[in-house]
Each structure stands twice: as structure tokens, then as C-alpha cells.
Design a protein around this ligand. Structure first.
Ligand SMILES: N[C@@H](CCC(=O)N[C@@H](CS)C(=O)NCC(=O)O)C(=O)O
Length: 269
């Protein structure tokens, strides 16, 4: 298949988009990345999905348009089967993979809320992470839109103190569950003896908590990490769950995340 036959519409900063990039990379598929600015993105995503959904990621695979990272994973498994499968074709292992995928997908919303809230409250500069991958004119446009984008994020993801605290607790529950599933052993996969979409989902959606190398949240030279985030990351890294997250990135995230490398190139250029 020609590289341009698969296009991923995405935000570089989004951990749900990171999940789909990893999914595509794990299957060895070539794809084109179309980075969208938060806010104006809805014109594109609504057009692509014929008004059905506004969120990213959206995958265009030949004539098929799929949005939602879980539906994309199901589509990719069917349209581009790989060995070993990221989603087993049938049986109890399939059920387990899908159940864990759904659980960690939901946990990702709590990570997003806690991370955005903590970054905004600390006054950290989120703009390099959000816009670094864009060409200069769009980057400047993004900077101009930033106050509005920030307001939209606060509103859409309900960054209220009560909800943020609720999410912090949910994150800790998620890390506990991860440790139970791997029986405290960072070398184990969640289901069976090979990487599945359950591992990709947990690792990508929790990646902001450990700033794994190869993830969009890897710490850049000169980046100032707010103390609350640095402290939380240190506590996660001291746990088997944190070591598991790092290991999945080191051992299984084989190809460099392309959104991230584009960000680094833009920052260097
Ligand atoms: N469950 C969805 C979550 C997607 C999602 O929430 N995407 C966010 C970025 S992380 C988004 O597009 N936000 C902007 C919007 O809702 O318009 C998935 O897995 O694709």
C-alpha cells in the first residue's frame, strides 16, 4: 500500500493519538500525519466523519474513515492483520484484551485531566508541546489562539478542583490495576506472551505520568517540569507500574513516535 493511502489526523500532544501512532507503528504500516490545531480541527474531523464526531484521532485508510482510537484498533486488526495479532481473533484472550483496552482507555481521560490541570495551574509553558510540530505560520496562529484553547480545555475536560482530585485517585487505581494484572512484574505483557492493544493503550495513555522517551511527553532540553508533576512522576517510577511503562516504551515502541520527532525537528529548525 502506498504511504499516502493511510492518513492520521491528529494532535501531536494527544495521548489518544499516540496510542494510534503506536498501533500503526506496531503493525509496520506507513502513514501520513496531518497535524490539526485544537479548535479549528473540528471543521476537518466533522467533515471527514460526515458530522458524526469531532475528536482526534481520525484515520483515513483508503476509502474508509474511522474515528476513536479503539475503533481504529479494531479496524486495523481486520484490515491489516499482523502476527502476533494485537487483538486475538477469538476466545478468552480476545475478551481480556478488549476488556483491559476499554479500562485503560477510560483511565486515559483521568490522566489528561490531571496533567492539563497541573500544567495550567503551575504556569508551565504548554505551547511547545502543543504546537512545536507545526510549521511556523500555524505555530504562531496556535500561540495566538492559545488563551481560547486553554479556556476550551478547562471547560471541555472539567478541570475543577473536585474533578481533578477524583482523577488523581482514579489514576492511582489504574496503576494498582496495572500492577495486579502484571503480577508486579514489569517484564510481563498484560495478556499472553506478546504485545497487544491492551499494552499499547495502557502504556500510551499513562505515558505522560513517566515522560517516557519516545512519547510526546518526553522531557526536552531546557524544559522546566513543574514540581508537582516531577514529584508525581518520581512516585510512579518507583513502582512496578512505572517501570512497566518505561519498559514498554524501551522494548516495544520500536519506531520513534513520528509526531514527537516532527516536534523535535521543528524545535531544532
Ligand atoms: N475515546 C476517544 C478520545 C478522543 C479524544 O478525546 N480526543 C481529544 C484529544 S485527546 C480531542 O479530540 N479533543 C478535542 C475535541 O473533543 O474536539 C478516542 O479514543 O479516540
Amino acid at each position: 500500500m502506498a504511504p499516502s493511502d493511510i492518513a492520521l489526523y491528529q494532535f501531536p500532544i494527544s495521548h489518544y493519538c499516540e496510542k494510534t501512532r503506536w498501533n500503526l507503528d506496531a503493525k509496520g504500516l506507513s502513514y501520513r500525519i496531518e497535524n490539526l490545531l485544537p479548535g479549528p480541527h473540528r471543521q476537518v474531523t466533522k467533515r471527514l466523519t460526515k458530522g458524526q464526531r469531532g475528536t482526534v484521532p481520525v484515520l483515513v485508510d483508503g476509502g474508509t474513515v474511522v474515528s476513536d482510537s479503539t475503533d481504529i484498533a479494531l479496524h486495523l486488526e481486520q484490515a491489516h492483520p499482523s502476527t502476533p495479532a494485537l487483538i486475538p481473533a477469538s476466545g478468552p484472550e480476545r475478551e481480556r484484551v478488549l476488556e483491559l483496552e476499554a479500562y485503560f482507555d477510560e483511565a486515559g481521560k483521568h490522566v489528561r485531566r490531571w496533567v492539563y490541570s497541573t500544567l495550567f495551574t503551575s504556569g508551565a509553558d504548554v505551547k511547545p508541546l502543543m504546537f512545536g510540530a507545526f510549521p511556523l505560520p500555524l505555530r504562531l496562529f496556535g500561540h495566538a489562539l492559545f488563551p481560547l484553547i486553554k479556556w476550551g480545555i478547562r471547560r471541555q475536560y472539567t478541570l475543577t478542583p473536585h474533578k481533578v482530585e477524583e482523577s488523581r485517585v482514579k489514576i492511582l487505581e489504574g496503576l494498582d490495576r496495572l500492577e495486579r494484572e502484571i503480577q508486579g512484574d514489569p517484564s510481563r505483557y498484560l495478556v499472553g506472551a506478546s504485545l497487544s492493544i491492551a499494552d499499547i493503550t495502557a502504556a500510551s495513555l499513562f505515558s505522560p505520568l513517566v515522560a517516557a522517551e519516545g512519547s510526546p511527553y518526553a522531557v526536552q532540553p531546557g524544559e522546566v517540569v513543574p514540581p508537582e508533576i516531577a514529584g508525581f512522576r518520581a512516585a510512579v517510577l518507583a513502582r512496578p507500574a512505572g517501570q512497566w511503562l518505561l519498559r514498554r516504551y524501551q522494548e516495544d515502541r520500536r519506531r520513534v513516535a513520528r509526531g514527537f520527532s516532527a516536534r523535535a525537528e521543528a524545535a531544532n529548525g
